[in-house]
Design a binder for this molecule. Sequence first.
Ligand SMILES: Nc1ncnc2c1ncn2[C@@H]1O[C@H](COP(=O)(O)OP(=O)(O)O)[C@@H](O)[C@H]1O
Ligand SMILES: [Mg+2]
Length: 259
Amino acid sequence: MANFSDLEKGALQFRKHTPLREVRFILAVGSGKGGVGKTTLSLLLSLTLREEGFSVGLFDLDFYGPNVLLLLGAPRRDILLDAYGYKPVEVCGIKVMSLSLLVSDKEPIFMRGLMAGKLLQELSQRVLWGPLDFLVLDLPPGTGDIFLNMIELFQPDGFLLVTTPHKLSIADTMRTLSILKERKVPLLGVVKNMGGLFKKEEALDEFLKETRLPVTCEIPFMSELSEMESLEEFLQFDKYKELREKLAKAVLKKIFRFH
Ligand SMILES: Nc1ncnc2c1ncn2[C@@H]1O[C@H](COP(=O)(O)OP(=O)(O)O)[C@@H](O)[C@H]1O
Ligand SMILES: [Mg+2]
């Protein structure tokens, strides 16, 4: 059986032989749990990095509910496939590829592990991102096969672990964290989402104490989000300017230190 360093080398080799070689940094956003803000954070981060002048791609890898385009207020369109591969769509100055481009809105997504693994491999090899500073991966919930495949195929340069302070989210976050450690995926930090919404935050405090991890960024509950046609409007709110700066700084500082 291959040991981990062989796997690691294999993945980096793999990246070199796919269009991903033109991407400087791959950032994964995950949690373990659904509904805690992975997609929201992926989008806010992508938009913020774009505002900072970086070229950004966003890969919506949620097999169970691909909803990035919906949150960007983008109309449904057909995927562009040419002889060389799949072309991401340009939305709000970001290159986006989503599994929603491959299936109709009403179709249920039945995807068994093997099939999902094959599709994932195909997409990782054939999406024509072109040169990018950052590719943000919006991961699905769970830490099963798909999650592990993603880690192996994309070999992210950094992982943002998002959680709410609720104990249910924390329990799954703990599991994800141990996988990241085992697979030697660099952790960029813990993002606390929807702070202030829950009365009790003890579970998060305990988690931070036990793991000795700091919270790198706190995203408050923002009631405006549900009213936005497109999350791009987030960039126009002066009251969230500081939050955008903190988010960009937290990610950039770490990623440039790691690599
Ligand atoms: N900080 C926040 N403030 C307000 N609503 C939020 C925040 N983060 C997420 N939400 C809302 O919570 C729901 C789930 O978020 P989402 O990003 O889709 O989670 P996930 O991708 O982890 O399933 C969405 O309706 C989203 O708008
Ligand atoms: Mg999501």
